[in-house]
Design a protein around this ligand. Structure first.
Ligand code: PGA
Length: 248
């Protein structure tokens, strides 16, 4: 059985006051049979964990360094994230690949230390609009998957998020046919490489997921949940998405 996951990525948004949204999300999703996760900016993770203590809402972070400690000013390590009690780390988000020049090799090294620290890694893959128009989508996704996902990955500690770069924060979503094609491709690659573990890995879709389109996206084959940006900032937007996943 693949686990369903509704994950929120707050990116560089939010504040101490905004953490009250977590209480509301935790309360309103408590009875739903879906794994839920919010990744606030790392400064707020400790306080976020305190707020959701005792609830099924998980707290994760948006990146980590590939080393466990050392002279890396401004970075945080996977073991620190685990030490706090956070459960997941998003790696290789397209904004980090673009803003910080992260390569798929970098993502794999980060994922390795994340898995070794006992975290679940959410590894993001996705094509740019130019790559899609050039009909290179599956080549790009295949290459990112092969390099970014470490050999030690298991269904219990690896989640893949397919996020077409052109759909992130734009209000444009991939069509269900486009999502179906890429998710089927990802599933096949995961099965070929990891066998039963690959068959059971959770694969998320991300890119302008909203309460209005969530049900349609979750009805697509091989979509086990979503990585949600903008619509995860407020409980009134995120909770209906979690509910749609529970009902899918
Ligand atoms: P969005 O972001 O939902 O705001 O498009 C998704 C993401 O970047 O994970």
């Amino acid at each position: 059985m693949r686990r369903k996951l509704a994950a929120g990525n707050w990116k560089m948004n939010g504040s101490l006051a905004a953490l009250s949204q977590l209480n509301q999300i935790a309360r309103e999703t408590a009875s739903l049979d879906v794994e839920t996760l919010i990744c606030p900016p790392s400064l707020y993770v400790s306080e976020a964990l305190t707020r959701v203590s005792g609830n099924q809402l998980n707290i994760g972070v948006q990146d980590c360094h590939f080393e466990t400690s050392g002279a890396h000013t401004g970075d945080i390590s996977a073991s620190m994230i685990a030490d706090l009690g956070a459960s997941h780390v998003i790696l290789g988000h397209s904004e980090r690949r673009a803003d910080h020049d992260e390569s798929s090799e970098d993502v794999r090294e980060k994922a390795r230390t994340a898995l070794a620290a006992g975290l679940t890694a959410i590894v993001c893959v996705g094509e740019s609009e130019k790559q899609r128009l050039a009909k290179n989508t599956l080549d790009i996704i295949g290459g990112q998957l092969a390099i970014s996902v470490p050999d030690a990955s298991k269904a219990a500690n690896m989640v893949i998020a397919y996020e077409p770069v052109w759909a992130i924060g734009t209000g444009r979503t991939a069509t269900t046919a486009e999502i179906d094609e890429v998710h089927d491709f990802i599933r096949t690659r995961l099965k070929d490489r990891f066998g039963e573990e690959g068959a059971n890995m959770t694969v998320l879709y991300g890119g302008s997921v909203k309460p209005t389109n969530a049900a349609e996206i979750f009805a697509t084959n091989n979509v086990d949940g979503a990585l949600v940006g903008g619509a995860s900032l407020r409980a009134q937007d995120f909770v209906p998405i979690v509910r749609a996943l529970a009902e899918a």
